[in-house]
Ligand binder design. Structure first.
Ligand code: PLP
Length: 427
């Protein structure tokens, strides 16, 4: 009899393209069979064969409080017992909107939706509707979900498969998207000088987390703010990943830059589908039914999903939360760098808040081109060795990593023991 993970993967591939419902899950870049998970608790996952893993994916970001936190599970169970969905207003939506506006500095009005993709799509539609212009500026390696006009040179999922854009996106649609190099303020200034009056908005991950982890260079975000203000373009911070991870108030709080619009997702649903777009009142007032920019959702503001999100945000807001997760990410990064050095491997790492990047090169990358210089085959060997030792890293050299409040010193210690053997095997 086949091992259970392999059996499930074979069945999955018979009925689901590549056996998965989101591409990177298929393990195509790293090879092998993805574990099929059955349950999770705190920092740990268990697969269909009963094997335990320390989780550094955290569902790609949302599980910042750790898996199945009792406060979150209880809130979800209570909400589910009351109602699964109304498609009509609830107090939970008011609480979520108030909480987001209180915690994220630039938010004046917010609209809740169900995915980061929807949030980014709505943000650029708002930018276009507000300005009456067409051009959207994005940066190579940044991912903003899979809406047509944003699926141009779009980071990890696309990178992993080596075609940075997608078939099925009309050239006419992509033609309104200008792609520049992340961290290159001079390119931004040159574009604004040449075509400023056509630019509806600039969308950026204020800390890039979809081409591994790339920090904004000093002055880069400031330059975006300055150019957008000067030319009347809408500055959109896509904080779907950075929100409540880089800081409680997101990257905008950490770097002191006020975007015009912000997208949120991942953490604000605590593991269930919640996302948001929010920002300046005058721009948000353009959204239907107040204004002419259409947006809607049958399950938007779903009460069960919001219960998970609100309970998670309550935990995230507690004193000491951000300090603890940031310290955990730092000690992981420092420990891994020390183990790599011991094995004589070119490696670097860095973290910001509860996000981290691991790079098989001497120093952390500052651009997409530098990310591409990382030794991906060596990462793949390291990944496989870590997985075999019960450490679940993201299955691609181009993804950021995440820790949660539940990761403790014993988890880090066990991870570093596994890393000592894995670096030696990957050398
Ligand atoms: C994950 C992510 C998205 C897309 O969110 P989905 O909920 O997967 O649609 C958009 N932007 C960024 C920065 C993300 O990390």
């Amino acid at each position: 009899m086949k091992p259970r993970n392999e059996e499930l993967f074979a069945r999955a591939q018979a009925r689901i393209p590549a056996g998965v419902n989101s591409p990177v899950r298929a393990f195509r870049a790293v090879g092998g069979t993805p574990p099929f998970f059955e349950r999770a608790s705190g920092a740990h996952l268990w697969d269909a064969e009963g094997r335990r893993y320390i989780d550094y994916v955290c569902s790609w970001g949302p599980m910042v409080a750790g898996h199945t936190h009792p406060a979150v599970v209880e809130a979800v169970q209570a909400a589910a017992a009351r109602a699964l969905s109304f498609g009509a207003p609830t107090e939970a939506e008011v609480q979520m909107a108030e909480t987001l506006c209180r915690l994220v500095p630039s938010l004046e009005l917010v609209r809740l939706l169900s995915s980061g993709t929807e949030a980014a799509m709505t943000a650029i539609r708002l930018a276009r509707g507000f300005t009456g212009r067409s051009v959207i500026v994005k940066f190579e390696g940044c991912y903003h979900g899979h809406a047509d006009s944003l699926l141009v040179k779009a980071g990890s999922g696309a990178l992993t498969f080596g075609h940075p854009s997608s078939a099925g996106v009309p050239a006419e649609t992509a033609a309104h998207t200008v792609v520049l190099d992340y961290n290159d303020a001079r390119q931004v200034a040159a574009l604004f000088d040449a075509r400023g009056a056509e630019i509806a908005g600039v969308i950026v991950e204020p800390v890039a987390g979809n081409m591994n982890l790339v920090l904004p260079a000093p002055g880069f975000l400031e330059a975006l703010r300055e150019q957008c203000t000067r030319q009347g373009a809408v500055l959109i911070f896509d904080e779907v990943m950075t929100g409540f991870r880089v800081a409680t108030g997101g990257a905008q709080a950490r770097f002191g830059i006020r975007p015009d619009l912000t997208t949120l997702g991942k953490v604000i649903g605590g593991g269930l589908p919640v996302a948001a777009v929010g920002g300046r009142r005058d721009i948000m007032q353009k959204i239907a039914p107040l204004g002419p920019v259409y947006q809607a959702g049958t399950l938007s503001g779903n009460p069960v999903a919001l219960a998970a999100g609100l309970a998670t945000l309550e935990l995230v807001e507690a004193p000491g939360f951000q300090e603890r997760v940031a310290a955990t990410a730092r000690s992981l990064c420092e420990g891994l760098a020390a183990e790599a050095k011991r094995a004589g491997i070119a490696f670097s790492s860095q973290s910001i808040g509860s996000m981290f990047g691991l790079y098989f090169r001497e120093v952390p990358p500052t651009s997409f081109a530098e990310v591409m210089q990382c030794d991906a085959p060596r990462f793949n060997r390291f990944f496989a060795a870590m997985l075999a030792r019960g450490v679940y890293l993201a299955p691609s050299a181009y993804e950021a990593g995440f820790v949660s409040f539940a990761h403790d010193a014993a988890d880090i210690e066990q991870t570093l023991r596994a890393a000592r053997e894995s670096f030696a095997l990957a050398a």
